[in-house]
Design a protein around this ligand. Structure first.
Ligand code: APR
Length: 171
């Protein structure tokens, strides 16, 4: 059964999936944007669970429980900060998506939701980021054994949703 790849426009903290991905920073100690929303919704235990993890490198990801979230797990990943495209940003963003899929697979997740990693505070151009996300997620799913039945690209804006729908229609 192929994995369903879908896009929606929602607050990712409301999604009742096995795991949501957090667009965190290298400290894993919270922040603004989707990071702030997830920590607010999960409650203070999330920060307590993040502290002992010792941070996270750009392009990597780490798993915690979801606590008060409807999602069972949070996969914290650190996307690249956009510096114009000459500092390996595209490869690092692709690595975020792959690492999250690996961790979700190891955790036995059947459903997973991604925000638009790096496209807010980190200023990665959203069109390019969406193309990287859809390409690398669909390629990874096609070439690995995994329990994932649904992967959702959770957009916060209508513009991002339109981008993902256009890209998903082509695969
Ligand atoms: N649900 C879904 N998506 C959201 C939500 C939400 N509740 N809140 C924001 N977003 C979207 C933004 O609109 C953007 O499209 O998440 C995407 C990522 O934006 P940021 O949250 O700014 O993340 P990023 O660009 O990866 O920057 C990470 O920002 O919040 C800090 O601690 C974080 O330092 C880190 C940096």
């Amino acid at each position: 059964m192929p994995t369903r790849l879908t896009a929606c426009q929602a607050d990712i903290t409301t999604l009742p999936v096995d795991a949501i991905v957090n667009a965190a920073n290298t400290t894993l100690l919270g922040g603004g944007g989707v990071d702030g929303a997830i920590h607010r919704a999960a409650g203070p235990e999330l920060l307590s669970a993040c502290r002992p993890l010792g941070g996270c490198a750009t392009g990597d990801a780490k798993l915690t429980p979801g606590f008060r979230l409807p999602a069972r797990h949070v996969i914290h990943t650190v996307g690249p900060i956009w510096h114009g495209g000459g500092q390996n940003e595209a490869a690092l963003l692709a690595a975020c998506y792959r690492r999250c899929l690996e961790i979700a697979t190891d955790a036995g997740c059947t459903s997973l939701a991604f925000p638009c990693i790096s496209t807010g505070v980190y200023r990665f151009p959203p069109e390019a980021a969406a193309a990287i996300a859809v390409q690398h997620v669909s390629e990874w799913l096609a070439h690995h054994n995994h329990p994932l039945q649904e992967v959702i690209f959770c957009c916060f804006s209508a513009e991002d949703l339109a981008r993902y729908h256009a890209l998903l229609a082509k695969i």
